[in-house]
Design a protein around this ligand. Structure first.
Ligand code: MLY
Length: 266
């Protein structure tokens, strides 16, 4: 392994600036995570957001919980900040006059839901209300990001990953999140007050795991060819990729694979 990623070196090397924490809808001091694996709570079903379901904490990562809906499979885990408004103590739904719902893709017959609910809650360890956070932090009044600013962002295709990213564009209340060292495939637009973006240093404060940047050098759009939008450059410090498995040897025409060993890794 190349060693641990250092924002300080990376910002120096890239001459970039970190988006100020005032740009984000995140608590200036990350929320304390007092949850334990196995605890149950209520969560909105991410695939059916009008449903409130029972979820189990199956993992802890920094200020986030890895959640799995009871009655669902293990292929649809999702991650929530402990101060997310999408999680609440068991009993909250009923208190507000609602009914707990089976998750989308409930693995049993719908008619067995009431009994399943009874059994899944029987003897369960319920996350105590005191470890929930009263409310989400307030959203900044406006989108104050600027193109080129660095941040940490959830890779929505691999949501367990938080990665170094750059604001690629602005579109009203939205920001384009681009992942450093990766081609466009993981980019996404989100609102400036998304809970999936964090100031530089967030992971090191929370103890979450920040991925190092990818190894693909990407030129800014303005310097690319008109047809490709963004284009690879030979890296500043190129080391050829070696030992790719058979079947992945060679290169696609017009696509050079170049691995950068970043001077930002210490
Ligand atoms: N196995 C995946 C992981 C990609 C992660 C990209 N993120 C970090 C922006 C792949 O190599 O495609």
């Amino acid at each position: 392994q190349a060693g641990h990623f250092s924002w300080e070196k990376y910002l120096k090397e890239t001459g970039a600036t970190a988006a100020p924490s005032s740009c984000f809808k995140q608590s200036p001091t990350p929320p304390l995570n007092e949850f334990k694996v196995g605890m149950k709570l209520e969560a909105q079903d991410p695939r059916n957001t009008t449903s409130t379901c029972i979820a189990t904490v199956v993992g802890l990562t920094g200020s986030r919980l890895r959640l799995r809906l009871d009655g669902s499979d293990n292929k649809n885990d999702f991650w929530r900040l402990v101060d997310s408004s999408e999680i609440q103590p068991i009993g909250s739904c009923e208190k507000s006059g609602g009914m707990l719902q089976p998750p989308l893709g409930f693995r049993l017959n719908a008619s067995s839901w009431p009994m399943f609910l009874l059994k899944t809650l029987n003897g369960a360890e319920m996350a105590p209300s005191r470890i929930f956070h009263k409310q989400e932090p307030p959203a900044p009044e406006q989108n104050s990001f600027q193109v080129g600013m660095k941040l940490e962002a959830v890779d929505r295709k691999n949501p367990h990953f938080i990665c170094p990213a750059t604001v690629g564009a602005l579109r009203g209340v939205e920001v384009l999140v681009t992942f450093d060292g990766w081609r466009g495939a993981f980019d996404y637009y989100c609102r400036y007050d998304s809970r999936d973006i964090f100031p530089v240093g967030w992971c090191s404060l929370t103890g979450d795991n920040l991925q190092p940047p990818g190894t693909k050098a990407v030129l800014p759009k303005s310097l690319g060819t008109p047809t490709e939008g963004s284009v690879e450059t030979p890296a500043m410090n190129p080391t050829p990729t070696v030992g790719r498995p058979p079947g992945q040897r060679g290169r696609k025409p017009g696509r050079r694979k170049t691995k950068i060993t970043g001077p930002w890794s210490q």
